[in-house]
Design a protein around this ligand. Structure first.
Ligand SMILES: [Zn+2]
Length: 125
């Protein structure tokens, strides 16, 4: 399943980042997702929660920043947003299918929110 493997890479990256900051717990993860990646949001959230349990990111809040598919016609250079992220749509001006993708294929972890353990230690000392 597409969503499952994407969530696995998100959690792996999250764990690596959290460890490098000596964080004991991840409380929030923000991912940037292009609509052309064709993720089903409910499935994605379900997979995220399932994989995050028993990791440092257990119970963390998942935020998805959607990026709309944006194409540029290679013939007349018109920039447009297709109605569907998956069904090919020709240039509204000249009808060409020769397009370049400017945005909408993003898949990245934008932000990871952790509990700052070092700060807690500092307050106690
Ligand atoms: Zn065109």
């Amino acid at each position: 399943m597409h969503e499952l493997s994407l969530c696995q890479s998100i959690i792996q990256l999250t764990e690596r980042v959290a460890n490098s900051y000596d964080a004991s717990k991840v409380i929030g993860v923000t991912v940037e997702l292009g609509t052309a990646v064709a993720i089903e949001e409910d499935t994605f959230r379900f997979c995220f929660d399932a994989i995050a349990s028993d990791t440092i990111a257990d119970g963390s809040r998942l935020t998805i920043d959607w990026v709309s598919l944006k194409l540029q016609c290679q013939t007349c250079e018109t920039v447009y947003f297709p109605r569907s992220p998956v069904i090919p749509e020709p240039c509204p001006r000249c009808g060409s299918f020769d397009t370049r993708c400017l945005a909408g294929r993003e898949f990245s972890v934008k932000h990871i929110e952790v509990e700052d353990t070092r700060k807690e230690t500092g307050q106690r000392a």
